[in-house]
Write a protein that binds this ligand. Structure first.
Ligand code: WQD
Length: 342
């Protein structure tokens, strides 16, 4: 029997790539989204890539408990992947109440509906931000979480704890996996789905591609005096399709009863540190473009370096990042050109 996966926030950047991979792996998917931070571009792209016109799309807000409950009544949900959340670090500092209310309430509603419907497999989209500025690199899942430096980061930590406590109390009815993403970048190789930031991008790769296409004048590299090999920050950039596939491995592990514990955590990264300058150079080389960039002061709140030890996901789930940074940056550029109609 085909299993059904509910993807909350499924019309967004990560959600749309995950929907494609789930469908290609043989799952039925229900996409639910309130379109607060995206339009239907990616959902339309998902339909084109998969050749499926019949993917259910529910326009709803996960902060509406009755609507979430109705969703669980309406579909035979075997697993839910919860993406629906606000995600801008700076905005969360300015609007903490909005962030705590939205990110916590929506997740609580999912868990409450799961409890009411006899249990569920719950995959929570967490972040490497929970590690803060790590004492040791690379970080493993056993590395300590650091006090969050933004309300956004704090919602990730709190939601992890809510899931862990709920699983513990549910006597096996609710099982949970938290995937801690490092820096997801890139786009689907079809160039039909990708990142669609509203306004000026906060994240590095959309800023790079928008500068390359001429939408932004110049990329500022925030800080070149960090204690790293070239002075710029190091991150673990994970290809969006590789990241999406990790969700298929995690869901399958849950629905097939292969979990070792009822609540598990996995780092989703490559294990490879890449500096801002290295990323810029790789983008220029693979796409044959000269990028306009300058060095600028450090950005407040940035950690110097963080990358994953992905051994647990590799060995336990059988998932491994496969695409090179060059392939990923070529895909990101193809998506930007697709958006510009070039
Ligand atoms: C990467 C590097 C910047 C923009 C954030 C969130 C995290 C996660 C992913 C998402 C840093 C540098 C950036 C620019 C630059 N959450 N940079 N010029 O900060 O590692 O992680 O996004 O939903 O929780 O904190 O990612 O892409 O913003 O930055 O030099 O214009 O690029 O300083 O070193 P970050 P990022």
């Amino acid at each position: 029997m085909k299993k059904t996966v509910l993807v909350s926030g499924g019309a967004g950047f990560i959600g749309s790539h995950v929907t494609v991979e789930l469908i290609e792996a043989g799952y039925d998917v229900v996409v639910a989204d309130n379109f607060s931070n995206c339009d239907t571009t990616c959902f339309e792209g998902v339909k084109k890539i998969t050749g499926r016109e019949d993917i259910p799309l529910v326009k709803m807000d996960f902060c509406d408990a009755a609507a979430v409950d109705k969703l669980f009544d309406g579909y035979p949900i075997d697993a839910v992947i919860h993406f629906a959340a606000y995600k801008a670090v700076g905005e969360s500092v300015a609007k903490p109440v909005m962030y705590y209310k939205n990110n916590l309430q929506s997740f609580l509603n999912v868990l409450e509906a799961a409890e009411k419907h006899g249990g569920c497999n719950v995959l929570f989209s967490s972040s490497a931000t929970v590690y803060g500025e790590p004492d040791e690199l690379p970080v493993t899942e056993k590395s300590p979480r650091q006090p969050a430096t933004s309300p956004y980061g704090n919602t990730k930590q709190i939601c992890e704890d809510i899931l862990s406590d709920t699983v513990k109390a549910s006597s096996g009815a609710i099982k949970g996996i938290a995937l801690r993403y490092f820096n997801p970048i890139g786009a689907h190789p079809s160039a039909l789905i990708g990142e669609l930031p509203r306004g000026v991008p906060n994240n590095l790769v959309p800023f790079i591609t928008q500068t390359a296409i001429g939408k932004r004048e110049c990329l500022s590299i925030f800080g070149n005096d960090y204690p790293t090999p070239d002075g710029t920050c190091q991150r673990d950039y994970i290809d969006i399709v590789d990241l999406a596939k990790a969700h298929v491995y995690a869901v399958t592990r849950m629905v097939e009863g292969k979990m070792k514990k009822d609540y598990e955590i996995f780092n989703i990264g490559t294990g490879r540190p890449v500096s801002v300058l290295e990323l810029v150079n790789a983008f220029e080389k693979v796409n044959g473009i000269k990028l306009n960039y300058k060095f600028a002061p450090r950005r407040e709140g940035d950690v110097t370096a963080i990358w994953a030890d992905p051994t647990l996901a590799n060995e336990e789930m059988g998932w491994k990042a496969g695409r090179s940074v060059e392939e990923t940056l070529a895909a990101a550029w193809a998506w930007e050109r697709h958006l510009a109609g070039k």
